[in-house]
Design a protein around this ligand. Structure first.
Ligand code: ZN
Length: 454
């Protein structure tokens, strides 16, 4: 089975545009770590893939944290004395400090300014700011706009609620032949930001939809969660499930035009780390592998020392390294249909490696088997195809996995895997576990024969 081949079929010319359209449909929703915005987002994801939403009440203890009150917002604005809205939440939801407590007051510009956030270095962009764990209120706006505000009184209104409610997250579980799981996690808690948040949500949604049509070795668990508190909440409620995670990826900032970055898991040499590095080396786009650090997205939680799960983070441009990060410039123009489609392809290829990576045993390990006689050495095969067969035969001693062989030979995994399947069909290779039993029996038989000959 090759997920990659399946994806090639699915890679119709408008796939990237379909993905972009899906991100665009989620873009206007005012999301936060709790509230109606994330629930509406999950409801839209559920129109494409099977999804279970879980509500965790405010006040629930989750490890060292507490599920916060639920935040919802209907409207917000700053109006001048004439009643004209000079800053309007209805035009852009980034205008409100996310998690702002309600306010309805008249105040002079001087007092208001203490609650205004701008980016002087990018005077036309609106910053994205939050205050989840400290009760506050504020507005974010373009620096140019703030400098144009005239002295005088302003009516400031934020029609929000911060009350006991729930934290909601979504889970899509796809059962495979094994109870061992692959975790795909993305945050879905940012309002109108495209690369940071919606690109991950979109790639994860399309990836789940793609996988749902396949016979899978692993079971897959896709999480659509609020950042940090969502991952901590999920881990606190799923300690047992977490133990079944064999490989995992956090997807974030994966729709822009930049090259790929893969941040290794805390373990540093987990199979997911090697599979991601291998696929990126062969993906045809610029790509870098980064060492683990305890900062970034929810890999921080999955890789906390108590769990130490083999979960890495796949990105294009690294969060915080591009000026559009956490601003209104991280919009639908910043993410590209072709980037989204290629990110989906890279993710499916990494999963394809994990699905098919195993060790084999050469059934004729004494000298090279005669390939020509079996039609495996002819000119109809390319040079690299023959090299792939030779590498697989030579290194299939039960100790080397196909990924080991792909890395050592420099040949892409899909070609090494195809060679292994062909050699299995020809009887020259068998799955290592099965063969180990067979080899032991052969060895025992040989030993017996040798003893008899002595
Ligand atoms: Zn962010």
């Amino acid at each position: 089975m090759s997920l990659f081949n399946g994806l090639e079929e699915a890679a119709r010319p408008n796939l990237g545009q379909e993905m972009h359209d899906f991100a665009a449909s989620l873009f206007p929703i005012c999301r936060s770590i709790t509230g109606k915005g994330i629930r509406e987002t999950l409801a839209r994801i559920e129109t494409r893939i099977p999804l279970d939403a879980y509500d965790v009440p405010s006040g629930t203890k989750v490890f060292d944290w507490t599920v916060p009150k639920e935040w919802n917002i209907r409207d917000a604005y700053i109006a001048d004395v004439g009643g004209r809205r000079v800053v309007d939440f209805q035009k852009c939801n980034l205008h409100v400090l996310n998690y702002s407590v309600p306010i309805d007051e008249r105040m002079p510009l001087d007092r208001l300014k203490a609650h205004l956030f701008t980016l002087p270095e990018y005077p036309d962009w609106i910053p994205y700011r939050t205050s989840y764990y400290k009760e506050d209120w504020g507005f974010c706006l373009a620096h140019r706009q703030m400098t144009q505000l005239k002295d005088g009184e302003y009516q400031v209104r934020i029609d929000s609620t911060l009350e006991d409610g729930c934290l909601t997250y979504g889970e899509c579980f796809l059962p495979g032949r094994s109870g061992d799981e692959i975790l795909i996690s993305c945050h879905a808690c940012h309002p109108s930001l495209a690369n940071d948040n919606l690109s991950g949500v979109t790639v994860a949604t399309f990836l789940a939809k793609h996988l749902a049509g396949h016979d899978l070795r692993y079971s897959y668990r896709f999480l659509f969660i609020p950042g940090t508190i969502g991952a901590i909440t999920w881990l606190a409620r799923n300690r047992e499930t977490a133990g079944r995670i064999r490989h995992g990826l956090v997807l974030t900032c994966i729709g822009d035009a930049g090259g790929f970055h893969y941040k290794k898991s805390r373990r540093g040499n987990a199979e997911i780390d090697r599979a991601a590095a291998h696929v990126l080396r062969h993906c045809g786009e610029p790509a870098k592998v980064l060492e683990f650090s305890p900062y970034g997205y929810d890999e921080r939680q999955y890789c906390s020392p108590g769990f130490n799960l083999p979960v890495g983070c796949l990105m294009r441009s690294v969060w915080g390294s591009f000026p559009e990060y956490h601003t209104s410039a991280d919009n639908l123009d910043f993410i590209k249909p072709s980037s989204l489609a290629n990110s989906l392809r890279v993710c499916a290829t990494i999963l394809d490696v994990l699905e098919n990576n195993q060790s084999y045993q050469n059934t004729l390990p004494y000298g090279e088997p005669q390939l020509g006689r079996r039609g495996l050495y002819g000119s109809e095969a390319g040079g690299e195809e023959i090299m792939a067969r030779l590498w697989v035969l030579n290194l299939s001693d039960g100790q080397h996995s196909l990924l080991d062989i792909a890395d050592q030979s420099g040949i892409v995994f899909s070609r090494i895997h195809a060679a292994a399947e062909l050699l299995c069909q020809k009887g020259l290779l068998s799955v290592a576990g099965e063969d180990r039993v067979k080899t032991k029996m052969q060895d025992a038989a040989r030993h017996k024969t040798n003893s008899q000959n002595q």
